[in-house]
Write a protein that binds this ligand. Sequence first.
Ligand code: GUN
Length: 284
Amino acid sequence: MTATLIDGVALSKQLRTEVAQRAAALAPKGIKPGLAVILVGDNPASQVYVRNKVKACEDVGFHSVLEKYEATMSEAELLARVEALNNDPSIHGILVQLPLPDHIDDHKVIEAISPLKDVDGFHVASAGALMVGEAGFKACTPYGCMKMLESIGMKDLRGKHAVVIGRSNIVGKPMALMLLQANATVTVCHSGTADLAAMTRQADVVVAAVGKRNVLTADMVKSGAVVIDVGMNRNDEGKLCGDVDFDGVREVAGWITPVPGGVGPMTITMLLVNTMESAERVAA
Ligand code: GUN
């Protein structure tokens, strides 16, 4: 079997077109969805990410503000900027790009963002809302993975076993909760799991979110399974690759997401969706 690709670029395009239409529909009310992105320091990867986020906002007709600060910015100064954006009616979403310099407490900064503008879904109020099944912003990467599953007719996962590899606060844990919400039976694997392959071989859906190459190989995958690759790594030739041994696994899986062109574009798309929802809430 050769797996069918789940094309994150095509799905993103479709979802972004819908977002652009929703944004246009708010214009008569004098509301333009606004996203503020704060970047502290000069981490090269972060610079690329924030540029892509701002560009994506422009493409769907959002207002976007990119605030760049020196790595020497104090925590108090950053907290003051977040507070100002919390109170700025032209801004519906606030994103503080991580990682922050060592002298700034990430947690404190994220908690300073109003949960009403926490479009990254990282605030404890957003995480708690997901935990208890209440409305709140969903973390963009796992939310994008759920949209990918939905796109192949797997919105309801009743009777399916989903295995998540990785337990980070921004992907693994919220991913597990979203899969649970979709009625899957969920197993979360991590560095302390005794026999990872024994777990993944049972899975109808595997989400790999570790940040390490070849975490999932063909011998670990059940025939026909859906494989979602959240990883973003570089191979020995410097080429972008995921956590999954793509060439091997695609011969066994039923569906697979490529890297690049899979989950990556979906993360930014869901940021736009969250910002859109925030603006619509204000308009309602
Ligand atoms: N750094 C890497 N990914 C992300 C993300 O999705 N949001 C934020 N705020 N920082 C990141």
